[in-house]
Every structure is written in C-alpha cells, then in structure tokens.
Write a protein of this length. Structure first.
Length: 661
C-alpha cells in the first residue's frame, strides 16, 4: 500500500498535465464547433458563408477565425452587425458580388485584406476607412465610384494601406489624399482626363502605377507629374490619347514603361533621357513612321523593346536603325521592326535589310562610325559633334548616335578589313559565285566571332513555308558553302543567320539576306534533252506497233476459232435428233407464198428444203411437228380437206401449228 501511494504521489504532476491538455483540446474543439454560424460552414480558420442568398452577415462569428467568405450574396449596407467589428482575429473578408452602394462600416477592426469588387459602391467616407487602421490591401474594382463620391482624404485614413485597386470605376481624376505608404495604385479603365502636378506629391513609396484606358492627352498630364515618384518601377499609360511620351519621367528606378495603343506619331530624341535602369519599353500600336537617331541612347539597361503595329517607313531615315539593331547584344529582344512602306520592301524585317536596299537622297553623306565607345551613364558626354554634310535638312535637336563598340575592340573575322567600320556598313556580308545551272557557292564574312551560322535558301515565287525552305547549320569557322540541286534559271533567296552556343537564332543578332539566280542549262544538256524526248517517243511508237500486231493476231485467232466452232456445230446439227423431252417450239417448218420451199429450223442451225410440188403455190397448209418414239425422222404427206396438205414427219400425233401459203 505504501508503494502504491508513493507511486501515485510521484506521478501526480504528469497525470495532472495530461488531464489538463486533454480537457483543453476537447474544450477548444467543442467551442470551435459551437461558434460557427448556423448559415455557414467552418473549417479550421475559414468561415464559408458565400452563395447562400444572405442579406446580412450572419451572427455568431467568434474569435479564432481569420478568413470570412461572404461573396455572391445579397448583403446590403445595413447587414453588418456591430459585434463583427469587435472580432479581432479576422484578417481577410471577401465581399465581392453583393448589393453594397456605400463603403461598409463595422468591418473587423484588424482586417488586412478586403475584397469589394463587383458591387455598386458610389461613395467612400473617411469614417468608414478610419475604422480600418490595419488595412493593407483594398479591392474596389468594377464599382460606380466617382471623384465626387470619394471624400477628400478618405484613403489617407487607412494609414497602413499599400495596395489600392480602383479599376473600372467612374473616376475623372486621381483621388486626393492617398496614403503615404501606398506601393501600388491601379486606376485603369476610368475617365481620368487630367492629372495635376501635385496628384502624387506625397506618395513617394509608389512602385506600380497603372493608368491604362483613360482619357489622358498631352495637355492633361502636367509637366513633372511623375518626377517625384523616385521609387516607381512600372508606369503604364496604354490605351490613352497621347501623341508623345510624357516629359520628365522618373529615371531613378523605372524598369517598365508601357505606351502602347496611343496616338504617338513622333518621339523626341530626349524622351527617354535619363532612364538608365529601364528594361522594358512598349511603344507598339501607335502612329510612328520613323524614329530620331539616338532616341535609345540612354537605355543602357534595355532588355525588351516592342514596336509592333506602327507604320515604319523604310527610307534613308531608318538606316541608323539597321545599324543599331545589328550592334545589339543577344540579350536584347526587339520585336516589331517591319517595313510597311515603300511597297518594294513592304513586309520585310528591318533587321534583315541590306543597306543597299534603302534609298537616300542624292548627295547624302552620313556621319563616320565612331571609334570610341559611348560614355557610361555616370559619365557626361563630351564628344565633339562631327559636321554633317547632307542635302537633306537636319533637325536642330538631333544628337549623334554611338552604337556600342566592345572595349577592347573585337578583331574582324577573316575576309574583312581591320580598323573601324565604314559608316553604316553591314556587320555581316555575303557574296555568291554562280557555278552552273544547279549550284551556287555562298561566301560570307562577319566582324564578330560567333559559334555557328544557319544558312537558308528558298526559290522565289514559292510560299515561304518550312517544307519549301531548306536550311543547314555550319560551324562558326566556316565561311563558304555550296548549294547544289538547284533549278536552272531560278532566283533563290539566301540568308545567313548568326546562332548562339545552343544553335538558336535570336532576333537581336546579325543576319543578312540576298538573292542569286542560277545559270541557264548548258547546250549539251539542251541537246541531250530533245534526244531523250525523241528516244522516248520512238519507244512509245514501237510499243504501239507491237501492241497493234498482237491485237490483230488475237482477233484473227478468235475469228478462226469461231468459224471452226460454227462449222462443227452445223455438222453436228445434221446428225442431231429430237425426242419427246424437248419443247415443241424448238422445231418449226414454214413456207411462204412466193417460194415453194419450207424453212427447217433446228436448235443449232437451219436449212431450207425445197418442195417441187407445184400444188403448194396455192392453198392452205398446216405445219405439224412430229416426234417419233424412237427419235427417227420420217416425212409423209398429210392430206387435209379443201386441197390442204400438211407436211408431216410421222403420224400418230395431232396437228399443232398452222401456216398459209
């Protein structure tokens, strides 16, 4: 007994701990299950009250839950009980797709994320947002919020707000009084036409600003509007009515600039000055026809440039673009430089044009190719401008363009001269040697050392399809290749592409295309061809003669065979005898009024038997077939009344057929 008491005293603390843990677990489970609203379903820290046709937030939301789903109901502004504001554990409330017309009050006080999309909210008060000091992310997309419906400084009351989404509303201006810590602001698909200079003055932490699909014009954006946004990384102004990029863009941290689908017809040469960190630029689907030389000089960090959907006019002003594209490193992706005019180069990629294909006014003399690398962004440009002699007028605001040159300079490939390249000379050159009517030797030379080349050729006039175009990859140290099996007097488009280490062609690298025509077929071949045709015709004629002779022989043999069968049949017919088993119409005898003969027909032949009796010329006669029992043939006269005579084979058989003479 003492041992048992001692053991109990020793294990008592452990027993108490286990009992308390089990009791607490059961209490928590019971409490959690009991605190779930009757209209909802609860799972761990989630309360699911969505799509239940609710007109108000259910009562009974207790502590311990973090996410409350109330979307796709019929909740109005009167459906938020006061006790909901006191639930401190709820951090996310989803209320999109309800019937709210004002910003709701009595929301959980510690809420961080609020979804109010697809309601009919028209007004936002300061008092409603002042209750949400912990709110960081607010979604108000697709409502009916107007500028007059937002109380001035309302969003500033949510001091912790960092993400504010106001897409697809009725705003005509940027809301006044935005939170200082705001990092992302979406105002796309509104009716904003004017942005004052002080609109973003206090939002220095803003990193992403979207203004797509508004009514912005050049005059509607005040000068220096974006200049104070020193932390801005993305600015999107797509689908507006701008005719030029806005001035004084923030160059300290801007990485992405979207200007597509505007009415931009010209870009000043200094439009992107200072954007040294810009990596992505989109100016597609505008009204651009040309670009000023040097417009991309400051974009030293550029990685992606999209210029699709513009009417690029490939005349002399575009020649600098060809040289610039050919000098870009492989890491830069440029899309959309395709000629739209003039007609002779329409649809051709500018990068693949040879400089000879571009027409320049007579007397134009371009600037020499620079021998020094361009200054880095941290170094001021002090290069002296070289005088330009040209008959075409030059813009006083244009600057000298310096294509990037490796430092130290890369030695030229074999076949090209050393030293700096002449003005606008192609980095990749190609030449042809027409061997004969079916072979062309392609030679090329490059200023750059590459790993491999891709050589393609296609006959002009055929669709440029993969099953028509032929190609081959050659190592980088090869500069010549012979194309064989070509058609005589045919023009071929031949291209040489630069490949990377993985034999993949990338648009920013060098390429060149040109055309070559094969020779005509040699006289020997021309003489051989008619001879071959003559031999072929002779063979066909001989085959026809032989075939005709064989056919004649076959017809003759068939005729002889038929004659033999016919003769044999007549011989057999003369000995053939009828019996009673045959039909009576197999044998018939008949006479005519003008002939004293009787036609005798058997199964396989016939013969005429003459009757010398002149009394047959007049009168009626009956023809009667007679079948004798023993199959023999016997003829006798059968006298009838009225001087009628029947020609019979035998007696004992009644008359069957009648005939008249």
């Amino acid at each position: 007994m003492e041992f048992q008491v001692g053991l109990w005293n020793k294990d008592w603390p452990s027993f108490v701990s286990v009992w308390l843990a089990v009791s607490l677990s059961l209490h928590v489970q019971f409490h959690t299950a009991a605190s779930c609203p009757l209209e909802c379903r609860c799972d761990k820290t989630f309360i699911y009250c969505n799509e239940r046709s609710l007109t108000s937030v259910p009562l009974g939301v207790q502590e311990g839950y973090k996410t409350l789903y109330l979307h796709n109901n019929q909740i109005n502004n009167a459906g938020f009980p006061l006790e909901l504001h006191n639930v401190g554990s709820v951090e996310t409330v989803v209320l999109y797709g309800n019937q709210l017309d004002e910003f709701p009050v009595n929301l959980p006080r510690n809420m961080r994320v609020l979804h109010l999309q697809e309601n009919n909210i028209q007004t936002i008060s300061r008092a409603a947002l002042a209750q949400l000091q912990m709110l960081e992310e607010l979604h108000l997309d697709d409502n009916s919020i107007s500028t007059v419906g937002v109380e001035e400084g309302a969003f500033r009351e949510a001091a912790s707000l960092k993400l504010l989404f106001l897409t697809k509303n009725h705003l005509s201006s940027v809301p006044i009084g935005l939170p200082a810590d705001l990092t992302e602001l979406r105002l796309d698909e509104n009716r904003i036409a004017d942005i004052p200079e002080e609109a973003f003055q206090n939002v220095t932490s803003l990193q992403r600003l979207l203004l797509d699909g508004n009514l912005l014009t050049d005059e509607g954006i005040a000068v220096g509007t974006f200049q104070e946004l020193v932390n801005l990384r993305e600015l999107s102004l797509a689908r507006n009515s701008l005719t030029a990029p806005p001035p004084m863009l923030p160059g300290v941290s801007l990485l992405k600039l979207n200007l597509q689908e505007n009415q931009i017809s010209s870009i000043p040469v200094t439009a992107f000055a200072g954007l040294h960190r810009l990596e992505r630029l989109d100016i597609s689907n505008n009204q651009l026809r040309s670009l000023p030389q040097g417009v991309f000089d400051s974009l030293v960090s550029l990685r992606q440039l999209s210029v699709r959907g513009n009417s690029w006019h490939c005349d002399c002003s575009i020649r600098w673009v060809i040289a610039w594209l050919k000098s870009l490193p492989p890491s830069i992706n440029v899309r959309g430089f395709t000629c739209q005019s003039p007609e002779r180069v329409r649809g051709m990629v500018i990068r693949e044009l040879t400089l000879d294909a571009i027409d320049c006014p007579a007397g134009t003399e371009l600037e020499p190719w620079p021998t020094q690398p361009p200054p880095t962004p941290t170094q001021p440009r002090t290069t002296t401008r070289t005088p330009q002699r040209t008959t075409a007028p030059t813009s006083p605001t244009s600057t000298l363009f310096y294509p990037p040159t490796p430092n130290p300079p890369t030695p030229p490939a074999p076949g090209l001269p050393a030293g700096p390249r002449p003005p606008y000379e192609d980095s990749l050159q190609i030449s042809f040697h027409i061997v004969n009517s079916s072979s062309i030797v392609v030679s090329w030379a490059s200023y750059f050392t590459v790993m491999a080349y891709k050589l393609t050729w296609v006959k002009m006039g055929q669709a440029l399809m993969s099953d028509v175009t032929r190609e081959i990859t050659v190592p980088g140290d090869i500069r010549k290749f012979t194309l064989s099996g070509l058609e005589p007097r045919s023009t071929y488009r031949i291209c040489v592409y630069v490949l990377d280490t993985l034999n993949v062609y990338r648009p920013g690298e060098d390429t060149i295309c040109s055309e070559a025509k094969t020779k005509s077929a040699s006289p020997k071949s021309a003489a051989t061809e008619p001879a071959a045709q003559q031999d072929s015709s002779s063979t066909l004629l001989l085959a026809g003669i032989i075939g005709g002779a064989v056919l004649v022989v076959l017809v003759t043999l068939l005729s002889l065979f038929c004659w033999h069968v016919h003769k044999k049949s007549r011989t057999a017919a003369s000995k053939w005898k009828y019996n009673r088993g045959r039909r009576k119409d197999d044998y018939c005898e008949a006479g005519t009024k003008k002939d004293n003969s009787i036609l005798e027909m058997t199964e396989t032949s016939f013969q005429i038997v003459s009757l010398n009796n002149e009394q047959l010329l007049k009168g009626d006669f009956r023809i009667q077939p007679i079948y004798t029992p023993n199959g023999g043939i016997g003829f006798r006269d059968c006298h009838l009344s009225n001087n009628s005579i029947a020609y019979c084979k035998s007696s004992n058989v009644p008359s069957m057929d009648f005939c008249h003479t």
